[in-house]
Design a protein around this ligand. Structure first.
Ligand code: PMP
Length: 448
């Protein structure tokens, strides 16, 4: 028995021994096409020469210097590069070790901002159902995945949850997509008026929802209306781009495509591309200046923040994305993937929706397309798809979200941006066989 405390205690795992491009190899030399970038992490594939060289160089020179004693040239350069590319005045970067840490820092920064402004009565967050913001207690509290929250509910600080923008499920017949988006955005205003806008710190949302709803994009105008409502009531907007940011949807920051500015944004996965664990929070001038001109101290911090080796790795990731034109591949390769998914799954009886943006795409699985009813939760579709994919040499990311109290199922695809057309063919072939096998079995076992 393994002494590593794996999250699934009884599912034996293969041992990964080597990575090369878009493939991982196990102890028997079997190749796995990484169609999900792990969990939307590995945007450069598994063997990028420039990132490896930058890491070696940094570790030889200076592996780590605690951030309360020193800054480093790599941290300063990375912050300058990120802020130069960020929309609006997100001019201040706080480096952390992962996505949940970035979200925790964002929640605490937003709260401290209001405390320092003399508005300590602001103590609530509003977020959305069908969202995921991390597994630490604060991030879990704002997340809206009922299943993940349930065992920890008594420990979670209260957060309000409004509807996500989920047109496939909730747009009414005859309603235009634009009107639908305005209707669900207006739920934020209703919620603010119910709880008292003067008690609310921020609204938290993923520009493109990842782990809980599968590459779910908002309709045109939704985020503009959200921004208007936040401004009207003096509430901050925190966008969580931990999964959808760093080029995954075609632009470095996902919310560039929504035509809005945000007060705080969190990024993580693609920032380290899997070479180092990293997360970051970018904050606007107004927030930074309030604290800088107030107490002068953000009451937060972690041992490994702005870790020198990690900074060097991420700087090399950014170089690869921009200077090697790897980011420029996302939209064309995304279109090529979407075309293949539509060809293969467009008429599939158990695929209700095919959606996404850039190289962040998903299939939504349904028991039948007319009712859009999810599969019976006992079917355990997510774990079966994962193992059926792995046995074919395919890593895809099946997930269970919560739809109308049911555990709905999606398969998230987030391949490395370096993926080639022939590898997209391999991906769709293996995915088709996997989906065919598992949905046929589950439909037979749970026909009603
Ligand atoms: N926010 C979002 C949107 C995420 O997708 C995730 C991870 N799936 C997190 C936060 C948490 O990140 P981490 O797992 O690195 O703590």
């Amino acid at each position: 028995m393994s002494q590593v405390f794996h999250r699934h205690c009884h599912t034996p795992l293969r041992t990964a021994v080597r990575g090369d491009g878009v493939y991982l190899y196990d102890q028997d030399g079997k190749a796995y096409l990484d169609a999900s970038g792990g969990a939307a992490v590995s945007c450069l594939g598994h063997s990028h020469a420039g990132v490896r060289a930058a890491l070696h160089k940094q570790i030889d020179q200076l592996a780590y210097a605690h951030s309360s004693f020193f800054t480093t040239e790599v941290a300063e350069t990375l912050a300058t590069r990120l802020t130069a590319r960020a929309p609006g005045d997100l001019n201040h970067v706080y480096f952390l070790s992962g996505g949940s840490e970035a979200v925790e820092a964002a929640l605490k920064l937003a709260r401290q901002y209001f405390v320092e402004r003399g508005e300590p009565q602001r103590s609530r967050f509003i977020a959305r159902r069908q969202s995921y913001h991390g597994n630490t207690l604060g991030a879990l509290a704002v997340g809206g995945n009922a299943w993940r929250r349930a065992p920890f509910a008594p420990l979670l600080t209260h957060a309000e949850h409004i509807a996500p923008c989920y047109a496939y499920r909730d747009c009414k017949p005859g309603e235009s997509l634009f009107d639908y988006g305005q209707r669900v955005a207006n739920e934020l205003e209703q919620c603010l008026l119910t709880v008292g806008p003067e008690t609310v710190i921020a609204f938290v949302a993923e520009p493109v929802v990842g782990a809980t709803a599968g590459a779910l994009t908002a309709v045109e105008g939704y985020f503009k209306r959200i921004r208007e409502i936040c401004d009207r009531y003096g509430v901050l907007l925190i966008l969580d781009e931990v999964m959808c940011g760093m080029g995954r949807t075609g632009t470095l920051f996902a919310h560039e495509q929504e035509g809005i500015h945000t007060d705080i944004v969190t990024i993580a996965k693609g920032l380290g591309a899997g070479y180092q664990p990293i997360g970051a929070m970018l904050a606007s001038d107004r927030i930074y200046d309030t604290i800088a001109n107030g107490s002068g101290f953000f009451q937060h911090g972690h041992t490994y923040m702005a870790h020198a080796t990690t900074m060097a790795g991420s700087l090399a990731v950014l170089d690869a994305l921009e200077q090697e034109q790897i980011l420029a591949r996302v939209n064309p390769m995304g279109e090529a993937l979407m075309t293949r998914l539509r060809e293969r799954f467009g008429e599939h009886p158990h695929i209700g929706d095919i959606r996404g943006r850039g190289l962040f795409q998903a299939l939504e699985l349904v028991h039948d397309r007319d009712s859009k009813r999810p599969f019976d939760p006992r079917s355990k579709l997510d774990s079966r798809i994962k193992s059926a994919g792995m046995s074919r040499g395919l890593m895809c990311y099946p997930m269970a979200g919560t739809i109308d109290g049911h555990r709905g199922h999606h398969i998230l695809l987030a391949p490395p941006f370096i993926i080639e057309e022939s590898q997209l063919d391999e991906l769709t072939d293996k995915l088709y066989d996997t989906v065919q096998q598992v949905t046929a079995e589950a439909f037979t076992e749970y026909p009603d």
